[in-house]
Unconditional design. Structure first.
Length: 248
């Protein structure tokens, strides 16, 4: 990922509407599985600044190891108090087989070249113990690429069905999956396909806090989606795709 994005993340990922809403959606999917099974050690692949690793430790009591290829991101994680971090490539994880009970990887596979996600999923399965829990989130649909996608170095986007097949091939059994950030899809399409091209908007990050009224307005649809997903509704389309699976 673009190293410049880590400064933006440090300033916004705790409070910005997108991060708060997507954490809420992730936990709506993950809570039922995480809270009824023992998971002492977890791995966060693509941990960045360590914010999610710290959230997982706080919520579930896991001992989370953060792994990332970016030295800049891991410096931010260490300064924020994340002690157990490893600089490594997701395609060659430097951990023993069956070393972890749970694995989380959020918006990391999009930075791999097309086809490399199968290698990464194979590594995820290798380091997870049998019955181990995996939580994935990826950006969805190539048509939703934006100036922000280019800025952060996004190399691909995913559809749900092919990703589910790749996960199954790697040895995972799906427990829950859904698209998310669905209600704001018309706004996103208008912004990315009409507004940005019309204004010749430069490549830039969209990770920044807005005024309080806008943060509240944009967070509300994600909060609603988290309630729907928590009630086991599966959203058929959206800007992200999430998968909760276990190693078979």
């Amino acid at each position: 990922m673009n190293p410049a994005e880590y400064d933006n993340l440090t300033q916004a990922e705790e409070s910005m509407w997108w991060f708060r809403g997507m954490r809420r959606i992730l936990f709506a999917l993950l809570d039922p599985q995480a809270r009824r099974r023992h998971a002492a050690r977890a791995l966060d692949v693509g941990c960045g600044t360590g914010a999610m690793a710290r959230a997982l430790e706080s919520r579930y009591g896991w001992r989370v190891t953060g792994a990332d290829l970016s030295h800049a991101g891991l410096l931010k994680a260490r300064r924020a108090g994340q002690v157990d971090i490893v600089e490594c490539d997701a395609l060659r994880l430097p951990f023993a087989a069956c070393a972890f009970d749970a694995l989380v990887s959020l918006d990391m596979l999009v930075h791999l070249a097309p086809g490399q996600e199968t290698v990464a999923l194979g590594e995820f399965a290798r380091v997870l113990a049998p019955g181990g829990l995996m939580a994935l989130r990826v950006a969805a649909f190539h048509s939703l690429r934006s100036r922000h996608s280019t800025f952060v170095g996004e190399r691909q986007r995913f559809r749900g069905a092919p990703l589910l097949r790749a996960a199954a091939t790697a040895g995972f059994r799906p427990l829950r999956s859904t698209y998310a950030n669905s209600l704001l899809l018309p706004v996103a399409l208008a912004k990315f396909r009409l507004w940005e091209p019309l204004l010749h908007a430069p490549v830039s990050s969209s990770v920044k806090l807005g005024p309080a009224w806008l943060e509240h307005l944009l967070y509300a649809p994600l909060a609603m989606e988290s309630a729907l997903i928590g009630a086991r509704l599966r959203l058929p389309v959206g800007q992200s795709f999430l998968l909760i699976a276990e190693k078979a």
